[in-house]
Design a protein around this ligand. Structure first.
Ligand code: MSP
Length: 653
């Protein structure tokens, strides 16, 4: 038995799970089940990517601390995979202290090997993507998202790994798959590599560098290390042994948009750390819905749970793996999903299973007959060929073609039944008709049994139901494909009764129901993110009286730095802040923001202060100014803050 270790990307916690995420996880689960049937000891890692500025911001927007926020969203991912029956072995969060150990250990090895240096860097920075971008990329981006940043960073000498990486892609042509992605990666690397900034000093929500804790790791160095930390790298004892057993990973399954990070950065980090490289990076395409890549900001999102409630998870699994050529982008549509379900699952395998059971019940008292001498219409040969084809195609991740082969077998069984007319054979009492009837019943059930076993990686539950119906007692998950053979179906086995495995669905009603459930899921998501449901916001009307400029400048607002913050006793709303605005003494300011911010989040943060507001007493404390925050109808407050490092005492005007 050999080990097989595979991974999904770890998902960002800035959105709740949608079927884009589910797609990768479903494929990974399918591969894992297939490898297990091939006799491998297969392990799957998934998890959540939880550090960075965007997470800090999303948490603040939800009125939560980053820890509370990431706990909630990470749990939502975990619950989603559990509910959908996706079997991961390791669920790693980047906020897990064991992970921090691994990241630091990998970094320390890179540092010791001279692959890290510190330098100052000025560049165009994309706030949304949290990344420095090229001038060209900056021009194409939303200008509001681009800013210029200069900071001291630690750099990874990526440029030094160009030749080694090319050698890797050339000596292992399937290191990056499919070929289209391999070519893309090769030409990117051939074009020359720039060194990579891997730390931030402007960010708090991250893992501090071991040699310089004022810096935290920039997301990719941190995130990629998960694949090793999840299985025990950086730890001692049993955990370490597990890492030794499972590493290197057999395949990193990723979406095509992150292939560069996995196929260029990650092997370079590992080369620098003198650690074994992954065997393969396999990039799939994106699910396109309503003309675009699903994204929360565009609102074109579909979630798996509403689909699960109407079509069932197996309907979704089958559709995604059959309809989309793995490696290419694919359109998702509710209508096509229900269409596939009806044609291939309800009318296809579901109907065949029901029909076979009914025939055996009616014509042979529910007992599988012996095959006897009747003709098999070529089914036995086709079944043997299908085992070969399906296994070879699964092994190459050609899921759609594997399923095509299996469903051709089911179709051949249907034809065979129709051609043999068992109902007519049953009426004719002669010996040869009886032999052909027995053969028809046995051969149909035998081929169904083989098709069901082969469909197991994609349809774990339905295949198991058919398997059990045919009298098999060893569950399919423990069954090895090497043992799958025609004679495996035992005569005289009593067929277990079988309800419809895939009841037919009304297309229009099902689509409508999924769309309704999707709306409900949207509200659940809003609950996780602590925001009101995304109803159309009412148009804002400005009804405050106009003021003259001379009146406006009477208000003196300054940039302040929060030095200390604490809750005001007996008040749910108030925080007492000590704010330095550059005067000889810092100000004491009471602010009604306790519902949205924890005191420890505010210390060290720059805020805007109204500095010439008449002092007033609040809950027994004197407040010498006001913190400026935005809100709708005095609801959730959002503190005014500065993207650049605005100097303390600077005046707002
Ligand atoms: N956190 C990083 C990955 C770090 S891995 C060390 C990230 N996260 S993500 O949540 O944005 O996306 C992760 C993966 O989800 C993608 O690579 C892809 O596998 C999957 N998908 C997200 N949206 C998708 C679609 N619309 N379609 C198909 N898969 C998509 O990137």
């Amino acid at each position: 038995m050999s080990k097989y270790y595979l991974t999904t990307p770890i998902y960002y916690v800035n959105a709740t799970p949608h079927i884009g995420h589910a797609y990768t996880t479903i494929v990974a689960d399918t591969i894992k089940r297939f490898r297990r049937m091939m006799g491998d000891e297969a392990y799957l890692t998934t998890g959540t990517d939880e550090h960075g500025q965007k997470v800090e911001k999303s948490a603040a927007a939800a009125g939560l601390t980053p820890r509370e926020f990431t706990d909630r969203v990470s749990e939502a991912f975990r619950a989603e995979w559990n509910d959908l029956g996706l079997e991961y072995d390791f669920y790693r969060r980047t906020t897990d202290p064991r992970h921090a150990k691994a990241v630091r250990a990998i970094f320390s090895r890179c540092l010791a090997n001279g692959a890290i240096y510190k330098d100052s860097y000025t560049g165009k920075y994309h706030i949304g993507d949290e990344a420095f971008v090229t001038d060209e990329e900056a021009e194409q981006a939303d200008p509001a998202m681009i800013t210029t940043v200069t900071e001291e960073n630690y750099f990874f000498k990526l440029s030094a790994y160009r030749d080694k990486l090319i050698e890797l892609y050339e000596s292992q042509p399937d290191f990056v798959q499919p070929d289209s992605r391999r070519n893309e990666v090769l030409s990117f690397v051939r074009g020359g590599l720039k060194d990579l900034s891997i730390s931030r000093s402007t960010l708090q929500w991250g893992i501090p560098l071991p040699n310089d804790p004022a810096h935290v790791f920039y997301v990719w160095f941190d995130a990629l290390s998960t694949y090793m930390s999840a299985v025990g790298y950086g730890e001692e004892g049993e955990a370490r042994k597990r890492w030794e057993k499972l590493w290197p990973v057999d395949v990193h399954l990723v979406g095509k948009e992150i292939v560069r990070f996995h196929a260029v950065y990650w092997p370079a980090f590992l080369m620098a750390a003198e650690l074994p490289l992954p065997k393969q990076v396999w990039a799939h395409g994106l699910l396109i819905f309503q003309g675009g890549k699903m994204s929360k900001s565009k609102g074109n999102i579909v979630r798996a749970r509403p689909i699960d409630k109407v079509v069932g998870i197996e309907g979704l699994r089958y559709y995604l793996l059959r309809e989309i050529v793995f490696g290419q982008d694919g359109n998702f549509s509710f209508e096509a999903l229900v269409g596939r379900y009806n044609s291939d699952l309800a009318n296809g395998v579901g109907n065949l299973a029901g029909r076979t059971a009914a025939m055996i019940a009616k014509f042979h008292g529910g007992l599988v007959p012996a095959a006897g001498a009747g003709g098999d219409g070529g089914l036995q040969a086709l079944a043997a060929e299908t085992i070969e084809k399906a296994a070879a195609r699964y092994a190459k991740f050609e899921f759609s073609r594997a399923l095509e082969a299996i469903w051709s077998l089911f179709a051949a069984v249907d034809k065979y039944i129709v051609a043999n007319k068992p109902w007519a054979l049953a009426k004719a009492k002669d010996e040869s008709s009886q032999a052909q009837l027995a053969a028809t019943l046995y051969n149909s059930a035998a081929a169904l049994r083989i098709g069901a076993a082969l469909a197991h990686p994609v349809l774990p539950q339905a295949s198991q139901k058919i398997w059990a119906m045919l009298g098999e007692t060893v569950p399919l998950r423990d069954f090895r494909l090497a043992d799958l053979a025609w004679g495996g179906l035992k005569p005289d086995v009593k067929l277990a009764g079988q309800d419809a495995i895939f009841p037919r669905l009304d297309v229009e009603k099902s689509v409508k129901r999924m769309e309704e459930l999707e709306q409900e899921a949207l509200k659940e998501q809003a609950a996780i993110f602590g925001k009101p449901a995304a109803d159309e916001p009412a148009a804002i009307t400005i009804d405050a009286p106009e003021v003259a400029f001379d009146d406006f400048v009477k208000i003196d607002m300054r940039v302040g730095l929060v030095k200390a913050a604490e809750k005001v006793a007996k008040s749910k709303k108030l925080l007492a802040l000590t704010v330095d605005i550059g005067e000889a003494e810092p100000r004491s300011i009471v602010a009604g923001i306790a519902g949205a911010y924890a005191p420890e989040e505010l210390v060290g943060r720059k805020v805007a202060i109204v500095a010439n507001l008449k002092p007033r007493k609040m809950m027994g404390r004197m407040s010498q100014g006001m913190v400026v925050a935005a809100s709708i109808d005095h609801g959730h407050p959002y503190l005014v803050s500065f993207l650049e490092d605005a100097p303390v005492g600077a005046r707002l005007s």
